[in-house]
Structures are given as C-alpha cells and as structure tokens.
Design a protein around this ligand. Structure first.
Ligand code: ADP
Ligand code: F6P
Length: 326
C-alpha cells in the first residue's frame, strides 16, 4: 500500500452548517500527523478544473463558527460520467493528492465510492447533510443546526397561529427523508408530522384530523417533509380546503434558511470528532468508508452500506409525538 503524504479535501452537494468545522478538523488533524493538505474548491467540479490550493493551519483559522463552506460546493454532472472521473483522477495525480476526504451527502459519497473503485484511490467520507439520511450514523453534520432553525421558526409561527386560530402546514427540507420533520415536530411541540416514510401506510392527514386536531385546540401546526412522495405542504393545504373547509389554513415553506447559520455546539463537536477520525482512519489503512457516530462512538461504515440502505425512522418517535400532541 502506497504511503499517503498528501490529502485532498472537498465539500459537495447541499451545504450544511458544520462543514467548515469539519474542514478545519481534517486540515489540522492531517497537518498534526505530518500530512500535506490541499483544499479543492466547488466539490468535484474543482477536481475536474483543478481549482486547488494548499492549506496550512491558518487557512482554517476562525471558521469553526461559520455556516456554509469556505471551499464552496457544487453539483457536478460531469463527475457522474466515467470520463469526468478520469479527468478528476488525472488532476489528483498531477497535484500529488494520494487520498481524498469528501464531506457531503449520499450523492457525494456515491461519487467517492466510484472514484475509489475505478482508480484505487483511498477515499474517506464525512456525512455532511442537514437531511440526516445516511445509514450507519446516528446523526449527520448540519442536522442539529437545521433542527434548531426549524424550531426557532415554528415557535414564531405558533404565535400567529394561536392568535388567528389557524391550522399551519410548515414544510421542512429532508429530500425524501422525514427526520427533520418528525424530530422538528417533537422539539417544537407541533401537533403532527407528515413524512414520506409512512406515506403508503396511512392517510396521514386523515389520521391527524382524527387524532390530533381536537375541539379543545383552536390552532395547530403540522410539519410536512418536502418530497414528491408526500406532495409537500401545499398539497395538504389544498386537501384541507377541499375536504375540511371549516379550518382556516395557511402554509409556510421554510426553504433554504434551514441550510444556513452558525453551527450548534453539537454539530461543531461531531464535525471535529469526525474530521480527526477521518485522518486516523486513513493512517490505519481504512479505505472507502464513511465516518459515523453511533451511540456516541466513532464507527467506520463502508460506503456501500452508508449509501444503499434506507435509514429507518424510529417508530418510538412517532409514538412520542402522538402521545404529546393530545
Ligand atoms: P448530496 O451529496 O448532498 O446528496 P447530490 O446528490 O447533489 O448531493 O450529489 C452531489 C454531487 O455528487 C453530484 O453533483 C455529483 O458530482 C456527485 N454524484 C452524485 N451522484 C453520483 C453518482 N451516481 N455517480 C457519481 N457522482 C455522483
Ligand atoms: O440535501 C440537502 C437539501 O437541502 C435537501 O434537504 C433539499 O431537498 C435539497 O438539498 C435542495 O437542494 P438545492 O440546493 O438544489 O436547492
């Protein structure tokens, strides 16, 4: 196995608060262990165009508290082709990058897996996404901050919902995963969550009207996970207008504000731990794994497992929400 002297680091896909803390941790841990570090700009795009800069410890000073990513991020269609990945690999060889640390969601880790397979390049992934949809880790970098943003917003919506005695559908992100909606609903004391995972099981709107929206409650907040599967908040508002016209309904789509902001202590800590673990993993000879945290311990999750499996929703959480929203 060739010795690793220089690592490349990139952020890819949707940005997430805590990515900067991860960049800082990877850079500092690598330098601490005698490795050179190269920052690759704009995700896989920068690997194709060669937008790369050597990083010293001072390049990552004063960034732990910042949202977004100093390396920028992008979605790069060219990298999805074998030809694109070939160019990316040629850039790595030219730049003397022996191993790659990729911070991103399941799409980004799928790309890392392919690069690793096709060119025998050691790649380590860090789960950076607000969606929390990667298997093998209890939480992803950015998820906790996004949850806190959601509950801050819902607390405010609650004021006006109560005053006007309205039913609010608040749409949150998550792509096709309901973690933000379900845990956001519990944290904000919402009346229900509508999530893609349960879409085929029950009519979640009917369930909510039946169980959740009692006569003693004159206002209600339902968190709806964005997704083609659920149809989103607008779809449910339309349904209520048609099927339950007695309710005064409004919609708020939280959108990209969920992706911004200074990372919470939790996200900064997991990003720092995962960043250090990624360098440790490389030095132990690990390849093609995502760093996860399970039961507060660092774990190595093979890319295939992290990406392929649908991370299950804990049904206990649904019970908690149902019991507390009476
Ligand atoms: P995320 O990483 O947040 O899930 P995307 O799904 O948009 O975000 O993926 C980010 C980038 O990862 C894509 O723009 C592309 O460059 C790369 N990628 C995604 N899927 C693949 C794939 N199947 N093969 C190769 N690269 C991929
Ligand atoms: O994966 C993160 C995420 O914010 C999803 O929750 C959302 O569906 C998607 O990215 C939005 O992506 P874009 O950056 O293209 O608007």
């Amino acid at each position: 196995m060739a010795t690793i002297k220089c690592i490349g680091i990139l952020t890819s896909g949707g940005d997430a608060p805590g990515m900067n803390a991860a960049i800082r941790a990877v850079t500092r841990a690598a330098i601490y262990n005698g490795l050179a570090v190269k920052g690759i700009y704009r995700g896989y795009k920068g690997l194709i165009t060669g937008e790369i800069q050597e990083f010293k410890t001072q390049n990552v000073s004063n960034i732990i508290q910042l949202g977004g990513t100093i390396l920028k991020t992008a979605r790069c269609a060219e990298f999805k082709t074998p030809e694109g990945r070939q160019i990316a690999h040629e850039t790595m060889v030219r730049e003397g990058i022996d191993a790659l640390i990729v911070i991103g969601g399941d799409g980004s880790l799928t790309g890392a897996r392919l690069l690793a397979q096709e060119f025998d390049v050691p790649c380590i992934g860090l789960p950076g996404t607000i969606d929390n949809d990667l298997y093998g880790t209890d939480t992803t970098i950015g998820y906790d901050t996004a949850l806190n943003t959601i509950l801050d917003a819902v607390d405010k919506i609650r004021d006006t919902a109560t005053s006007h005695e309205r039913l609010f559908f608040v749409e949150v992100m998550g792509r096709d995963a309901g973690f933000l909606a379900l845990n956001g609903a519990i944290a904000a004391g919402a009346e229900a969550a509508i999530i893609p995972e349960f879409n085929t099981e029950v009519d979640q709107l009917e369930e909510f009207i039946k169980n959740g929206f009692r006569k003693s409650k004159s206002s209600s907040i339902v968190l709806v996970a964005e997704s083609e599967i659920t149809g989103g908040a607008m779809h449910y508002a339309e349904r209520v207008k048609n099927e339950y016209p007695q309710y005064d309904v409004r919609v708020t789509i939280l959108g990209h504000l969920q992706r911004g902001g200074s990372p919470t202590a939790h996200d900064r800590i997991i990003a720092s731990r995962m960043g250090v673990a990624s360098i440790q993993a490389l030095m132990e000879g690990q390849r093609n794994v995502m760093i996860g945290i399970e039961n507060d311990k660092i774990v190595y999750v093979p890319f295939a497992k992290a990406i392929k499996n649908d991370k299950p929703i804990d049904r206990e959480l649904v019970n908690v929400l149902n019991e507390l929203s009476i």
